[in-house]
Ligand binder design. Structure first.
Ligand code: NDP
Length: 259
């Protein structure tokens, strides 16, 4: 039987994907999913030890994995990492800007240093890493950038104001990337996860009131599993999304539809 011309639409064979903050959580799930679709993986985090463990687990599952320890908020470290990829002949076809942190505090009690740390990690890092990746993608005339936003790219929540400001910024950063880079064959899109079961939410899951609020307000009636982002990530990383640009796709169990 002859093969359909759409058979390879979601195939990432021969592609290399850098996923920032992929030592655990959503980044790790996305990396594994891109690997399952055929991509070679570059995993990233600040701790060599936890990255080594994650890389070993992914290799044991048959993935081709490169470890890249760098802090996404440190301009010199980001530039040095990309110079290292250049030296090793590694071209990045897919960048997932996923590394993120959370800090819960009322704004009146918030220190400037905590505001800055949250903005740096959740927004400025996507500029720093995106800039280095895009320079190389532009030279090659193609590339896929996926920024990880959040439900809070759309709405405010008390106690996490700098986080929501950063994630709101991700929406327009993504549109700006699309506006500047589309003519170079690059698509930049974003994923906005809802409330997902990762380390970031460990304390909230254990808080009965918060847990009940999430389950009650999410039409799906439950928290999301990290693996539930994989389909959207593979779509946005693949040829299937070649005419999709500047978009944010919410993967939130329907929460934004009802709030
Ligand atoms: P986790 O806390 O589980 O994991 C965060 C990851 O980011 C880790 O791999 C961590 O690695 C890495 N990281 C943090 N800071 C840096 C840094 N400066 N440089 C490099 N790596 C860093 O978070 P999640 O998996 O839950 O979140 C992933 C992304 O998804 C974030 O952008 C988050 O805002 C977003 N998100 C999460 C939601 C959720 O419900 N969990 C909902 C909506 C969005 P290490 O500590 O080893 O450096």
């Amino acid at each position: 039987m002859s093969k359909s011309r759409h058979d390879t639409l979601f195939d990432l064979t021969g592609r290399t994907a850098l996923v920032t903050g992929s030592s655990r959580g959503l980044g790790r799930a996305i990396a594994e999913g891109l690997g399952d679709a055929g991509a070679r993986l570059i995993v990233n985090g600040r701790s060599a030890r936890s990255l080594e463990a994650t890389a070993a687990e992914l290799r044991a599952k048959g993935h081709d994995v490169v470890e890249a320890v760098f802090d996404v908020t440190a301009e010199a470290e980001v530039e040095a990492a990309f110079e290292g990829f250049d030296r090793d002949g590694i071209g990045i076809d897919i960048l997932v800007n996923n590394a993120g942190i959370q800090h819960r505090q009322l704004m009146v009690d918030l220190k400037l240093s905590d505001w800055q740390r949250v903005i740096d990690t959740n927004l400025t890092a996507s500029f720093l890493v995106g800039r280095e990746a895009a320079k190389r993608m532009i030279a090659r005339g193609e590339g896929k950038v996926i920024n990880i936003g959040s439900l809070t790219s759309e709405l405010a929540r008390a106690t996490v104001i700098p986080y929501t400001v950063a994630k709101g910024g991700i929406r327009l950063l993504t549109k700006g990337m699309a506006a500047e880079w589309a003519r170079h064959g690059i698509q930049a899109n974003a994923i906005g996860p809802g409330y997902m079961l990762t380390d970031m939410n460990e304390a909230l899951v254990k808080d009965e009131t918060f847990d009940a609020w999430v389950k009650g307000r999410t039409p799906a009636g439950r928290w999301g599993e990290p693996d539930e982002l994989v389909g959207t990530a593979v779509f946005l990383a693949s040829a299937a999304s070649n005419y999709v640009n500047g978009q944010m796709i919410y993967v939130d169990g329907g929460m934004l539809s009802v709030l």
